[in-house]
Design a binder for this molecule. Structure first.
Ligand SMILES: [Zn+2]
Ligand SMILES: [Zn+2]
Length: 133
């Protein structure tokens, strides 16, 4: 299926491709709207989902009922700060290690993906806490 060239999709892609903060569709919408005032939130959302289907972006579910889009399409973990809500990438795990880990725990199937979200307090918030004390 050939995809029709879309300037709007290009604008959405340009906005998200270098972002590391896992923006929701609303954040992308606010950003893209600066250059495309007539774009709708629905259009932005559809284009994000399309980019995801195309394998150019991924998404993270942190249980807040919003899809957080991710320009990093390699397998990685996330850290969610419960104070400021920052969601950032971590790269401490890898597929072979995950497989060995599960083998050691008695699992003999094949691991194809994983989703890990650590939560706690980020460096910035910790620093602020220390300054306040
Ligand atoms: Zn924080
Ligand atoms: Zn990520």
């Amino acid at each position: 299926m050939a995809l029709k060239y879309s300037r709007q999709r290009q604008a959405v892609w340009d906005f998200i491709k270098d972002r590391e903060d896992h923006p929701t569709a609303s954040v992308v919408y606010e950003g893209v709207r600066e250059s495309y005032p007539n774009i709708s939130l629905g259009t932005v959302y559809r284009n994000l989902m399309l980019l995801k289907e195309m394998g150019r972006i991924s998404s993270v579910d942190i249980g807040d009922n919003a899809v957080h889009f991710d320009s990093n399409i390699t397998q990685h973990e996330h850290f969610l700060c419960r104070k400021c809500g920052a969601l950032r990438d971590l790269n401490t795990y890898d597929m072979p290690a995950a497989g060995l880990h599960l083998k050691a725990a008695g699992f003999s199937g094949r691991v194809e993906s994983y989703s890990i979200i650590y939560s706690g307090i980020c460096e910035n918030c910790l620093k602020k806490e220390e300054e306040e004390n």
